[in-house]
Ligand binder design. Structure first.
Ligand SMILES: [Zn+2]
Length: 334
């Protein structure tokens, strides 16, 4: 290929977009047309340009259609939401009128209102809201539930609200808090600590639940053993969580350490509980005797087996992790 053709290619390539848009002079147009007849390379470029432009146009078109369609759907969902909200007002108005005319208290009215709010949280919110609808449903639903508990409690003379609501929040938190926190926008300092916040939140409500349930029935002994149990349980859970989330080692080593923690926790948690509660130093595994599998030694035997096999698995995983680490380092050096 001589130099002149190569130069012409450059010029034609520059002109192709203008040529495609029919925006160049007659002379340039002529030049491009002549060149495309003979040059395969530029012909190919022109074909690609045509295809890409058509793709872009189609994309834009279909996005517009989808957007219009979505808007239409949103509108009809919105209307359905409004209709349901109005329907929910009917029982509220009726109980209001009945309460007023019978001269009674507004207790039933408040309970009905709160119940309708709960229904609205689950039906109206998803229909009328555009963003984060599940999150809004959950939060409003829980608020409505607490209102119901509050007013029902008031109707029954009061004093039980915390007993009902704290365990309710605890139970709901375990299921829903991870979802809620993932969808909430937090300040930057906290935004990468969502798992930690979830753990702290659930731990807090666990202890509040134990406190409220025992405090309500005046069961001090129960509270003590509840707290001891929860403390031992949560120590294990927190250790595993912190290792899994924050220890700067690879997955194998983490799995090994977690297996180890799990075994130690299984074997010694009961002893720890007894020593806290009954101030008795005991070590179940000391009763180990593999020739005796009666109830006397069963626990100890099982515990020792767990320690042995768990320990082996744990060590193997950690070793695997270290080997992996070394191999990776060698790769980087090479
Ligand atoms: Zn060319």
């Amino acid at each position: 290929m001589d130099k002149k053709i190569i130069e012409e290619c450059d010029i034609v390539q520059d002109l192709l977009p203008l040529y495609y848009d029919d925006a160049c002079t007659e002379a340039s147009k002529e030049l491009v047309q002549q060149h495309l007849l003979t040059c395969e390379k530029c012909k190919k470029t022109y074909a690609e340009l045509k295809n890409n432009t058509i793709d872009a146009v189609i994309k834009k078109e279909s996005a517009g259609v989808l957007e219009r369609h979505a808007r239409k759907e949103r509108n009809s969902a919105y209307k359905a939401g409004i209709v349901i909200a109005l329907l929910l007002l009917i029982p509220i108005v009726i109980t209001f009128i009945v309460s007023i005319s019978s001269g009674g208290s507004l207790g039933t009215f408040m309970v009905v209102t709160a119940s309708m709010l709960l229904v609205a949280a689950l039906t109206v919110i998803p229909l009328v809201s555009n963003q984060k609808r599940i999150l809004k449903s959950i939060l409003l639903g829980i608020a409505a539930l607490l209102l119901i508990l509050f007013f029902v409690d008031r109707m029954n003379g009061g004093g039980e609200f915390l007993l009902w609501s704290i365990p309710t929040i605890f139970g709901l938190s375990i299921i829903l808090f991870p979802y809620v926190i993932r969808n909430i926008t937090l300040p930057p300092v906290l935004s990468d600590k969502k798992a930690l916040i979830t753990m702290a939140w659930d731990t807090l409500w666990l202890f509040l639940t134990i406190f409220e349930v025992c405090n309500h029935s005046g069961n001090v002994e129960g509270m003590k053993s509840g707290y001891t149990c929860a403390l031992i349980l949560m120590t294990g859970v927190w250790l595993i969580f912190l290792v899994a989330r924050y220890l700067p080692v690879n997955t194998w080593i983490k799995a090994g350490i977690i297996t180890g923690i799990g075994c130690i926790w299984t074997v010694f948690s009961n002893d720890a509980y007894v020593s806290f509660m009954e101030h008795k130093k005991q070590l179940t595994i000391l009763a180990v005797d593999f020739s005796d599998w009666s109830l006397n030694c069963l626990n100890a035997n099982v515990y020792v087996l767990i320690l042995i096999f768990g320990g082996i698995v744990s060590l193997l995983l950690i070793l695997l992790g270290i080997v992996n680490l070394k191999r990776k380092n060698n790769c980087i050096k090479l």
